[in-house]
Design a protein around this ligand. Structure first.
Ligand SMILES: NC(=O)c1ccc[n+]([C@@H]2O[C@H](COP(=O)([O-])OP(=O)(O)OC[C@H]3O[C@@H](n4cnc5c(N)ncnc54)[C@H](OP(=O)(O)O)[C@@H]3O)[C@@H](O)[C@H]2O)c1
Length: 315
């Protein structure tokens, strides 16, 4: 049986109904004081990441942001220090280079502070197939492989050091990869690439890796959860051609919400007592949901884990 047929048979209408209802809901909020605690946020120069940095800082958190743009990172740090009187450091990494990602991993390993919340937010949407410096498909590397490499490098240290909540900014878009991940064709050499399916496959990979990391953190105080931040108005997709941008500005954005809801949800998931000890779950904003069947395939998760270790040069 083809993987498409296998997964389609497992779809359940109540799950789709839940998703549609949750898409319209507001996130739960919490007012936990985060003073003296450290939040690491990737992709904080724009959209969801930027507002999430403000949200954590407004609750007293110190920040370490990982971005690819030095000038914007400097300006963001100054703005946050002035506005919220918290510490805000930055590190630079372009996720299209695995060497950059691994350097950040080493940096975080040698950090003399405990990481309370680690938010993997950096992401990209591409309508066309593009390749990274490492010859991988761009969206797969930026949205998935980079976060995998960092989590893999940090896992033992985090386990030793105590409580950390890892949050993966994922997407309901994972549902578009109806036939799941094609482990034998991660560069899309043998299939037609489409933006939605490529994005869905990368987000699916991240959910599958979450299940493996959950096993790995069992018995420790480290949790890992994935979330959909809402359909919100940000710069995502602005790197694409004029036609797509026209569609985005006039169709997608017309229905998109304010990314403030994503920031509130990410603070709730990182700080609320209600999430204490909860791991391996997928949330639509702050409501737990079942991911699509292809993102729950444990056999594929096992294989992907091994391949990701190889691709990241982590063996
Ligand atoms: N917006 C939505 O409706 C929506 C829905 C579901 C999921 N998401 C997810 O939410 C996350 C944040 O996206 P957003 O909507 O806030 O989009 P955004 O405004 O475009 O922000 C994306 C962030 O990722 C960074 N980034 C992009 N490519 C990178 C690379 N090669 N190396 C390092 N950093 C890179 C960007 O840096 P620059 O500022 O330098 O470009 C920016 O800081 C993504 O994972 C996205 O998939 C968004």
């Amino acid at each position: 049986m083809s993987s498409l047929r296998k997964y389609l048979k497992q779809w359940e209408w109540p799950d789709v109904h839940d998703m549609r209802r949750n898409n319209k809901a507001d996130p739960k909020e919490c007012s936990t004081d985060f003073t003296g605690r450290l939040a690491v946020i990737t992709g904080a120069t724009s959209g969801i990441g930027r507002l999430t940095a403000y949200e954590y800082a407004a609750h007293g958190a110190d920040l370490l942001v990982v971005n690819r743009n030095e000038e914007q990172s400097k300006a963001l740090g100054e703005e946050i220090r002035d506005r919220y009187r918290v510490r805000c450091e930055y590190r630079i990494a372009d996720y299209t280079r695995i060497s950059n990602v691994k350097k950040i991993g080493q940096d975080l390993l040698s950090l003399d502070r405990h990481i309370d919340v680690l938010i993997h937010n950096a992401g990209v949407y591409s309508t066309t197939r593009q390749f990274t410096a490492n010859n991988m498909e761009l969206v797969f590397q930026v949205n998935y492989l980079a976060s995998f490499i960092l989590n893999y490098m940090l896992k033992d240290k985090l386990k030793e050091r105590g409580k950390t909540r890892i949050l993966l900014v994922n997407s309901e878009g994972h549902r578009f990869a109806l036939s799941g991940i094609h482990l034998d064709d991660l560069r899309w050499d043998r299939r037609h690439y489409s933006g939605l399916v490529g994005y869905g496959a990368a987000k699916t990979a991240q959910i599958l890796s979450m299940f493996k990391f959950t096993e790995c953190f069992e018995g420790s105080a480290v949790t890992i959860n994935a979330m959909h931040p809402g359909n919100v108005k940000t710069s995502l997709g602005e790197n694409n051609g004029r036609l797509y941008r026209f569609y985005k500005h006039h169709v997608v954005n017309a229905r998109a919400r304010n990314p403030q809801i994503s920031a509130k949800a990410l603070f709730y998931l990182g700080a609320s007592e209600e999430l204490e000890g909860i791991s391996g779950k997928f949330f639509n904003l702050t409501t737990e949901e079942k991911p699509a069947p292809h993102a729950r395939d444990r056999a594929v998760a096992e294989e992907l884990w091994k391949i990701s270790i190889e691709l990241g040069g982590l063996a």
